[in-house]
Design a protein around this ligand. Structure first.
Ligand code: NAI
Length: 283
């Protein structure tokens, strides 16, 4: 059965972006958040981004109106009862995610696929909270969703080929590039990115160079669009630490140990851009 109606759960920075691209690609979309204020903020943000796209003549005002007409807000999970696909983008916490998946398993039709946008939690474990592990899969979008072309598609231990093919096809419909990945800590993206960021932090910690100089080396020397410490501040240092812990625990290899300086900053509340201070200071 084809995917026509989609619920996106969590109207934060990722969920609102995912809802936007799904609606722009012709899917009927319910954007759900348990917090009404967060939901309204997410919906407003989508409208703002679409208006900006019209102003820049990337889409027409008719495209904008059509997209918005396919998008509805929801604060009730049971609205997922006629959805073909649910994409979960709530906080990165296993207990919260398994609770959502357990409820979705009861609410959604038997054919529905349940996807998670988790950046580090095992899909196999999330799937085990349901009675349909073969229909559970990871759809890891990148931030900012409307701009970034990649979707890492993570196959849990029991994810079926049919589920994988449906999600791959949908990702293409969203004009994004799917990459198939098996379910191991950090998948591919964060397994490679986070140790690089962690090593950049070690380089500062050991006094080899300043954050500015580390970033300059990677930007000008390796042609990275932004340095690893600037990127870490954007991602959030708490998120970086959390993902390093997942890698360290999952592989049991000391090469993934989080840098003590990263721990110290997180303990101090220096979480990067969102808290006003990380490796850099933000006004
Ligand atoms: P966020 O904090 O901006 O948004 C999360 C939203 O979920 C909030 O609006 C919150 O009210 C809502 N929420 C929490 N529990 C809920 C529940 N039980 N039911 C309904 N809504 C609920 O978080 P963000 O950054 O959008 O991340 C969401 C997910 O996406 C996480 O799993 C994260 O690891 C993943 N991710 C984040 C990326 C990033 O760069 N921020 C990149 C790729 C994945």
């Amino acid at each position: 059965m084809g995917i026509k109606k989609v619920m996106v759960i969590g109207a934060g920075q990722m969920g609102s972006g995912i809802a936007q691209v799904c609606a722009q690609s012709g899917y009927e979309v319910l954007l759900n958040d348990m917090n009404e204020e967060a939901l309204n903020k997410g919906l407003k943000n989508i409208e703002k981004l679409l208006t900006r796209a019209v102003d820049k003549e990337r889409i027409t005002s008719e495209d904008k109106e059509n997209t918005l007409s396919r998008l509805t807000g929801s604060t009730d999970l049971s609205d997922a009862s006629d959805c073909d696909l649910v994409i979960e983008a709530v906080v990165e916490n296993m207990d919260v995610k398994t609770d959502v998946f357990r409820k979705l398993d009861e609410i959604t039709p038997a054919h529905a696929i349940l996807a998670s946008n988790t950046s580090s939690l095992p899909i196999t474990e999330i799937a085990a909270a349901t009675n349909r592990p073969e229909q559970v899969i990871g759809m890891h979008f990148m931030n900012p969703v409307p701009v970034m072309k990649l979707v890492e598609i993570i196959r849990g231990l029991q994810t079926s080929d049919q589920t994988y093919e449906s999600i791959k096809e949908m990702t293409n419909q969203l004009s994004k590039t799917p990459v198939e990945v098996n379910d191991y800590p950090g998948f591919v993206s964060n397994r490679i990115l986070m140790p690089m960021i962690n090593e950049a932090i070690y380089t500062v910690y050991e006094g080899v160079a300043t954050p500015e100089d580390v970033d300059t080396v990677m930007k000008l020397g390796m042609n990275h669009p932004m340095g690893p410490l600037t990127l870490a501040d954007f991602i959030g240092l708490d998120t970086c630490l959390y993902i390093m812990e997942v890698l360290y625990e999952g592989f049991g290899d000391s090469k993934y140990r989080p840098c003590p300086l990263l721990r110290k900053y997180v303990k101090a509340g220096w979480l990067g851009k969102k808290s006003g201070r990380g490796f850099y200071v933000y006004e």
